[in-house]
Design a protein around this ligand. Structure first.
Ligand code: ADP
Ligand code: MG
Length: 701
């Protein structure tokens, strides 16, 4: 068990602010606790001698003996003082129900800062503030002011919305869905999702972790914790709302394309979290993950007494990552022998409308014995020859015997109630809609893949960190936050290949530089100005410039820049080696900083049309080698890089290494807020970063 074990299994809980006053939160919590708690409830309130028949103490310090958890329900103005008193007397766990903190203006925000300081000083585990409370069925503890207690079960649940906890409980109690622990996170001033994920990952009584979150506090740490936990405990999450905080006006392609929704998608995927969209999915998946084993293969067998629904199920399998199992010859032979002439012995197996339970049983058994069957769906429509209850019993028996995951779809109303109870007692979910059965089995498959993941440590390349710092500091000297190709050295300091190039500020130097750099195809000339984001948009890039045109082109580029913005700072013109783009693909490797997840690395098809094509993928840095590799797989244009239509494949390893090196750069320098390498030219012989743009935060240098 983890650090929060006592919070969920206390012997004594004090309610500071306990009262008998009708309709008050203090009364609701005290009476909820009094109802089922195995331990002792200790009311604290200076204005009462007893609350609900229990002796009441004046102050938390006057309570004799140890208190494991203090629930604080006093007015906001004195709440932090009370928490401090708890710290002073050595209480470790405090649940702050009181509202009026960061959700309530600037006074509240400073109150919350003080709460955090106090918690730190006394090393307190603080839930909330602005929380509905906590529950743990292991000890019958309902320390919430909600209307209902939870039933025991293998699911632990955290929610950023207290109201959602009460709604879920009401719903779950109707369906006999049980919980181990429940936490209403409130404002997450101290303890956040990561702490509970870690705790429940260590809790043998929690089989599945559910979360309803509006945001994640520290994405990087959350990913690390969740990765460990999901090696054996699944985490299912509904993430609602979109955080726009920190989404400043983006000055890069990456900034425009890698918004916070993509950060969540990438971050939760990397964390091994199963993200779900609806509450129904949340509980469907939780049910099957806690009740059924993981499938060994992706082939699903369907055994049905009705053709139409069998086809619906087949369609749903087509929409999932599962397959319709193809049976072995032996299975086909056995089914042919066991079933009547009109039956379908190929998947989906149709045992036909007059099937009784024995025929069903035989078909299910033959199917489960086939090694190509990773999971099975038993589905039935009501008929005069079939008892749903008997079918449920047979299904339970066979599932236990073969250890293959099974979901049931009993397509009926009241006549299925008893059968449902029999199945759910054995952990087999039942749905009216077969598509739900398929999606639930697909969640099992997905978790099997998450569990089998091996996370690699990010590679640490030997880089010139000092040189990189110098380049970033040169921006400070020039008093700008925006850097362009003058910062190319930043990339080479981190081992990212760049073409030969020089920045000049006169026609003569331009000619001289071109002479040195030109190897026969002319040179590329680019305007260098922190005020010009996208150079080609204003005619600021000329490719294949022959020696005799270098001087004129220099003048043209400067004039165009002046016409675009008369007071633009012009650092000069870059003379760059001309690359042969014939066998090349222009890609983009970029970075944007997300307020929750930190640096996000982007990879995709690049060039000047990058935002039009929008074929990109993102990952939270640091990016390991396998993750960088998978980024290439994730873009639609991957075949273009791999030699589609007779092209020579590009140096994929070079691309993968560049992604990792950029990841290392932006992890090393939090001052880099946004960065684009666009394009990173990928050729069969290697990669080359021909353009760079970045924004920095001077204060972090
Ligand atoms: P910007 O993105 O600011 O418009 P880039 O430096 O990315 O400027 O150049 C725009 C385009 O010009 C690139 O996408 C690429 O097609 C071409 N280009 C730039 N540099 C070179 C080079 N050294 N060799 C060949 N083509 C280049
Ligand atoms: Mg560019």
């Amino acid at each position: 068990m983890g650090e929060l074990a006592t919070m969920f299994a206390p012997d004594r809980v004090a309610v500071v602010g306990a009262t008998e006053s009708e309709g008050s939160v203090g009364r609701a919590i005290t009476s909820n606790l009094a109802a089922d708690f195995d331990g002792e409830v200790v009311p604290v309130n200076p204005n009462a001698d007893a609350v609900l028949g229990r002796q009441c103490y004046e102050d938390i310090a006057s309570v004799p003996g140890a208190v494991d958890v203090a629930v604080v329900v006093v007015p906001a103005a004195i709440a932090v003082d009370v928490v401090e008193r708890c710290g002073e007397v050595g209480i470790e766990n405090v649940v702050v129900i009181t509202a009026g903190f960061s959700e309530a203006g600037s006074d509240g925000a400073s109150r919350e800062r003080r709460l955090r300081t106090v918690a730190e000083e006394y090393d307190l585990n603080v839930v909330g503030p602005n929380s509905l409370g906590i529950m743990s069925t292991g000890v019958g503890m309902n320390a919430t002011f909600g209307p209902e207690n939870a039933q025991p079960g293998p699911i632990s649940f955290m929610s950023q919305s207290g109201a959602f906890v009460t709604a879920v409980l009401d719903w779950a109690n109707d369906r006999d869905v049980g919980f181990k622990d429940i936490v209403s996170l409130g404002n997450k001033a101290v303890l956040d999702e990561r702490h509970f994920v870690a705790e429940w990952g260590d809790d043998p009584e929690t089989d599945v972790i559910l979360a309803y979150l509006e945001g994640i506090e520290n994405g990087g740490q959350f990913i690390r914790t969740a990765r460990e936990v999901t090696q054996d405990t699944p985490i299912l999450m509904v993430k609602s709302g979109r955080t726009e905080a920190g989404a400043s006006a983006a000055a890069s392609h990456t900034g425009t394309m890698a918004g916070s929704e993509r950060a969540y998608e990438a971050g939760l995927e990397q964390a091994g979290v199963l993200r779900v969209e609806t509450v129904q999915e949340l509980f469907d998946y939780a049910g099957i993950l806690s009740g059924q084993p993981l499938p060994e293969g992706d082939g699903v067998a369907i055994v049905t007494n009705a053709g139409g629904p069998g086809v619906m199920t087949t369609d749903a399998i087509g929409d999932s990552a599962l397959d319709l199992a193809s049976f072995s010859n032996e299975t086909i032979d056995d089914l042919t022998e066991a079933l009547p002439a009109g039956a379908n012995v190929y998947n989906p197996i149709d045992v036909i409308g007059d099937a009784d339970v024995e025929r069903f049983r035989e078909a299910i058994e033959i199917t489960l014995a086939d090694p190509n069957v990773g999971a099975a769906i038993v589905m039935a429509c009501p008929t005069a020859t079939l008892s749903f209850d008997a079918l449920a019993e047979a299904t339970v028996e066979l599932q236990a015997e073969y250890g293959t995951p099974v979901a049931a779809s009993l397509m009926g109303g009241d006549s299925t109630r008893e059968a449902q109870a029999i199945l759910s007692e054995a952990g087999i979910p039942t749905y009216f809609d077969p598509a739900r059965a398929v999606r639930s089995l697909d969640a099992l498959r997905e978790f099997r893949e998450i569990q089998a993941r091996e996370y690699a440590e990010p590679t640490e390349f030997d880089v010139d960190r000092e040189r990189a710092r110098e380049v970033l500091e040169s921006a400070k000297r020039r008093d700008t936050n925006s850097l362009g190709v003058e910062a190319m050295d930043l990339l080479s300091a981190y081992g990212i290949p760049i073409p030969e190039g020089e920045i000049v500020d006169g026609e003569t130097e331009a000619r001289e530089a071109a002479e040195r750099i030109d190897d026969g195809d002319g040179v590329v000339m680019k305007i260098v100005s922190p005020d010009i984001l996208h150079k080609s948009d204003i005619g600021g890039v000329e490719v294949g410039v022959p020696a005799e045109e270098v001087a004129d082109t220099y003048e043209d580029l400067v004039t165009r820049a002046r016409n675009y913005q008369s007071d633009a700072t012009i650092l000069g013109v870059q003379i760059q080696e001309m690359l042969d783009l014939d066998d090349a693909t222009e890609t983009i490797v970029g970075m944007n900083r997300d307020p929750q997840f930190g640096p996000l690395v982007l990879f995709g098809l690049g060039g000047i049309f990058v935002e039009v094509l929008e074929d990109t993928t993102v990952k939270v840095a640091p990016v390991s080698e396998p993750e960088a590799k998978s980024m290439i797989d994730e873009i639609e244009s991957a075949p273009l890089l791999r030699g589609a239509r007779g092209r020579e494949p590009v140096d994929e390893a070079g691309v993968v290494e560049t992604i990792q090196r950029l990841s290392q750069l932006v992890t090393d320098f939090p001052a880099i807020l946004e960065l684009d390498i666009n394009p990173l030219v990928a050729t069969p012989d290697g990669v080359s970063a021909v353009d760079v743009r970045l924004t920095i935060d001077q204060e972090q240098l």
